[in-house]
Design a protein around this ligand. Structure first.
Ligand SMILES: [Mn+2]
Length: 405
């Protein structure tokens, strides 16, 4: 199975799919799947664009809406995680994962799916310690603060992934696992990217929860993006333990290292994206403690037993099958002949995919809960660490020289 992996998409689906088509022709290969490591920008219309935290000059529609509306057809099954530039209102509708467009699957705030016999896990967002222990209290429309905090990784979602016991083949995180630079040519990295030097030397570059997950899950492959450069590394887990091949990829620009194709042994195809039994059991077990306010989330015993849920889910899937619920449009798509506006309100919407998924697992719908949340929101504005956060702002392109390779 040939899997193409891409760094930050930034809504440039046309360019990435064209590049892959040309690669297929030039190399005489067939791509089975595309994975994208965040900053996907699944922007359907102008309302979604207002929910993306991005400098004004980058606030453009790009090409996702064409695939959403059906005007363009996705040539490969595509799986993505979220980064720090997303239509967060839309991703929140699909918190548990789902089709963002036909054949384009969002893995969820955290998630695991199967593609053939390949098991793919991922964590959306970027890590900021000051929001790590909060619940998911952000709801659209977002303010200056929540438009940023909405994509900050939460302990709850990491804890779910820490409960995955069966081996994963591939893991995706938007920011790099903390300390990963030690396992690759960091000297070369800081020659090309001088502004990383201090963080590399202080061992502060990257995400601590991603590093914890890397040590726990030990997948053969781990892909990241965010820092807009290519960086390979090999992690040896213990003396005779397994190894992880890590690769960070650049963003999609001409002449940049934004794509990598890997070949993984697999069952003969055709393959399709499927629900993962263990992950659904974890989701079912954890939904009763889903933290939805700004209050600090903690549970007494961090190990939850998912065995009963596992059997319950297995029975369900045996009856229903493992195919995800079908894609449903929930908002009008951008209309280039009337580009000024679509509707005027950006509220969260109950996505039928999410509703069906929760019905399958016999779980309540919680994503529009607003209990006591206003109080929490008001309190939050006076707390430190919630002011504009320069680390969220992308590095200007002129600073970025492609690594010569
Ligand atoms: Mn990013």
């Amino acid at each position: 199975m040939k899997i193409a992996v891409e760094g930050c998409m930034h809504g440039e689906l046309d360019i990435v799919y064209d590049t892959l088509r040309r690669l297929e022709e030039a190399e005489g290969i067939k791509i089975d799947l595309l994975l994208c490591c965040g900053d996907f920008q699944a922007v359907r219309n102008k309302d979604d664009l207002r929910c993306v935290n991005v400098p004004l000059k980058y606030r453009t529609m790009n090409s996702f809406w064409k695939y959403y509306s059906g005007q363009a057809v996705t040539p490969y099954p595509t799986i993505f995680i979220g980064g720090n530039h997303e239509a967060s209102n839309y991703l929140w509708e699909l918190y548990y994962g789902g089709w963002a467009a036909p054949n384009i699957y969002f893995l969820g705030f955290s998630g695991v799916v199967k593609f053939g016999n390949i098991r793919i896990g991922g964590l959306s967002g970027i890590h900021k310690q000051h929001n790590y222990h909060s619940g998911h209290y952000e709801r659209p429309p977002y303010n200056e603060q929540t438009i940023r905090s909405v994509y900050h990784v939460r302990h709850y979602d990491v804890l779910k992934l820490m409960h995955v016991k069966e081996p994963l083949d591939i893991f995706l995180s938007h920011d790099w696992p903390l300390g990963i630079t030690e396992y690759g040519n960091w000297q070369k990295l800081i020659r090309a990217k001088k502004h990383f030097e201090e963080e590399v030397n202080n061992r502060t570059l990257g995400s601590k929860p991603a590093a914890e997950l890397l040590n726990k899950l030990k997948p053969p492959y781990w892909f990241s993006a965010h820092l807009h450069c290519r960086f390979p590394a090999i992690i040896q887990h213990g003396e005779n333990g397994p190894t992880t091949k890590f690769l960070a990829l650049d963003k999609c620009l001409p002449g940049r290292n934004f794509l990598q194709v890997i070949d993984i042994p697999s069952n003969p195809g055709p393959h399709e994206i499927q629900y993962d039994e263990e992950w659904l059991a974890i989701t079912r077990r954890f939904n009763s403690i889903f933290p939805l306010t700004r209050r600090r989330f903690s549970i007494r015993d961090e190990q939850l037993d998912t065995q009963d849920d596992r059997e319950w889910v297995r029975n369900k899937l045996n009856t229903r099958g493992v195919k995800p619920f079908d894609f449903v449009q929930t908002a009008p798509s951008f209309n280039p002949s009337n580009p000024v506006s679509n509707s005027s309100i950006t509220r969260s919407c109950r996505n039928p995919q999410t509703e069906s998924f929760l019905q399958l697992l016999e779980l309540p719908y919680l994503l529009d809960s607003s209990n006591s949340e206003e109080v929490d929101r008001n309190q939050s504005s006076s707390q430190p660490g919630n002011t504009l956060d320069d680390e969220d702002i992308e590095l200007p392109d002129e600073d970025e020289d492609a690594i010569d390779e």
